[in-house]
Ligand binder design. Structure first.
Ligand code: TYD
Length: 231
């Protein structure tokens, strides 16, 4: 069995960048490593993602939303994550089931036991070995994300600032109180399972944060076989 590592955090925490930096570093060291994301990561999952993030889907019922996240996760676990872990590799995932507890549980007020049951069906009970939480004050994170969106708009289509690029999605557009409940939810999740989580301040230089993350990963991946390092 390989090693399963996930990245979590509120909007604009920069976890996708850190997941990529870790992926590149492990790959350069010869580790078998896979980088994926949620919702998405598979052909079917990316289609489900499109439905979930579409700003026009204002009528989506909370149950539908919850089950779609679970469906995308079920596909990812069965198609990519489990098979790769079974070959002894390292899987890095940008968000995973903790996001369901934070966003649909604490954020939308869904029953946590019900989410647990749905998650177990979707994942077969697969939980990460290690989860990084990149902490940022909610308003600062949303500001960062909005700025990234504005830059993307200017870069792709200067003539039309009315186009909404995918960086700003249906879930980002929820109100501040929602995002604050999500952040408080993550804090509660971390205190329930402290051994699995590593918590870092998101607002620090990229390289410094990448270094701290890497030093936590080293002992966890030590047993992973590196074909390139043979002999
Ligand atoms: P994404 O653009 O990937 O957000 P981020 O860049 O912050 O990771 O969009 C994913 C959105 O879906 C994000 O707002 C978090 C939300 N989400 C849930 O609400 N529940 C979930 O189970 C998952 C995996 C994500």
């Amino acid at each position: 069995m390989g090693v399963f590592i996930t990245f979590e955090g509120p909007e604009g925490s920069g976890k996708s960048t850190q997941a990529r930096l870790l992926y590149e570093r492990l790959q350069a060291l010869g580790y078998p490593v896979l980088l994926t994301r949620e919702p998405g990561g598979t052909r079917i999952g990316e289609l489900i993602r499109r439905i979930l993030v579409d700003l026009r889907h204002t009528e989506m019922a909370p149950t539908t939303e919850t089950l779609l996240f679970a469906a995308a996760r079920a596909q990812l676990v069965s198609e990519l994550v489990r098979p790769y872990l079974n070959t002894g590799g390292i899987v890095l995932c940008d968000r995973y089931a903790d996001s369901t507890f934070a966003y649909q549980g604490y954020g939308l007020g869904r029953d946590l036991d019900e989410l647990q049951a749905i998650t177990t069906v979707a994942t077969g009970g697969l939980w990460p070995d290690l989860t990084f939480y990149l902490e940022i004050e909610v308003e600062a994170g949303l500001r960062r994300k909005r700025m990234a969106r504005d830059r993307a708009v200017e870069a792709t289509n200067p003539a039309s600032t009315f186009t909404t690029p995918p960086e700003w999605n249906r879930l980002d557009a929820r109100d501040l109180a929602y995002h604050q409940r999500v952040a408080a939810g993550f804090t509660a999740l971390m205190s329930n399972d402290p051994g699995r989580w590593r918590r870092f301040a998101a607002e620090q230089p990229l390289d410094a944060l990448a270094e701290q993350i890497f030093s936590e990963v080293v002992p966890v991946v030590q047993h992973v076989f590196r074909p390139e390092a043979r002999g």
